[in-house]
Design a protein around this ligand. Structure first.
Ligand SMILES: [Zn+2]
Ligand SMILES: [Zn+2]
Length: 287
């Protein structure tokens, strides 16, 4: 019955308009029955239909069902040009074009030799920092979808045309995965293939894999360590199970936050030892 009705609707000359109207009416009805509450302050949110386009929805369009207008005003600060073409660090001067920063140019950047390009959607502050904390520690997994879409926009801008074979989220140790119930680095990108197909109209030439890289040692949380301490804490923590699947591959690592780069550098180093051809890094936020 529903199928027949769907087919009938598809044949209607204004089917797109009718579908949008029905979707909006459905969302309104759901919002009346189960009102949305702001994830930060707990205030009820008045339903304001936002047209989420499949190309590049704004931060407000994506987050307006999860945060009240007052909390949304805290803002998200996207990282924009000019930035370093290698490590992605934004320059203090807000004019000019992208170019290598002095650390990358003179080869004194510790991530320089290992990771090709690093890109982040935004600064790890304000509402983006709050959102990542809510996702990771507050287990508000409803945030993964809109935050993942923001990350996908950075992917589109920087990596979509480049040669890429596989996207690998930085893994958690099995014990931490069981305790948390999810790996946020994977949750943020698990829709990338679907988003790519909706945008480009073809299936991507790359795959997403959370079975290439494992965390063999359950390290202490990196929070609280300084730069050298973080590198020491994470040393030897990763393992590639099947090097043949990594050999010669162009890989993009993904994670939620980039702080000192110690975790990503160690993960990249493990992939290079297994024969990876190149490793880039995409994160949601950069501290
Ligand atoms: Zn609020
Ligand atoms: Zn740089």
């Amino acid at each position: 019955m529903l199928r027949l009705w769907k087919d009938h609707l598809r044949d209607h000359p204004k089917h797109e308009l009718i579908s949008k109207f029905l979707l909006c009416a459905g969302k309104r009805a759901l919002a009346a029955l189960f009102p949305y509450k702001c994830l930060v302050c707990g205030r009820y949110i008045r339903f304001r239909p936002q047209p989420v386009t499949s190309v590049s929805p704004t931060v407000e369009q994506l987050l307006s069902l999860l945060f009240c207008p007052a909390c949304l005003e805290t803002g998200v600060n996207p990282i924009e040009s000019p930035l370093c073409t290698r490590c992605g660090k934004p320059f203090a001067s807000r004019t000019g074009s992208d170019h290598p920063c002095s650390d990358c140019f003179y080869g004194s950047n510790p991530t320089h030799d290992r990771i090709g390009r690093i890109r982040a959607f935004g600064n790890y502050d304000a509402l983006l920092k709050e959102s990542i904390h809510l996702l990771k520690y507050g287990k508000k997994t409803s945030l993964a979808r809109p935050l993942g879409r923001l990350m996908f926009q950075t992917f589109q801008r920087n990596f979509v045309t480049g040669p890429l074979h596989v996207i690998v989220p930085v893994p958690l140790h099995r014990k931490r995965l069981v305790k948390r119930g999810f790996n946020q680095a994977y949750l943020l990108i698990h829709e990338f293939s679907r988003l790519f197909k909706a945008w480009a109209g073809v299936v991507p030439g790359w795959t997403v894999s959370n079975r290439l890289l494992f965390r063999s040692r359950n390290t202490l949380s990196q929070t609280g360590f300084d730069k050298a301490g973080r590198a020491e804490n994470i040393k030897g923590a990763f393992r590639v199970k099947h090097p043949a699947k990594v050999k010669g591959k162009r890989i993009m690592l993904t994670d939620d936050v980039y702080t000192t780069g110690a975790t990503a550098t160690e993960a990249a180093s493990t992939l290079f030892k297994a024969g990876a051809r190149s490793v880039d890094l995409l994160v949601l936020a950069r501290a």
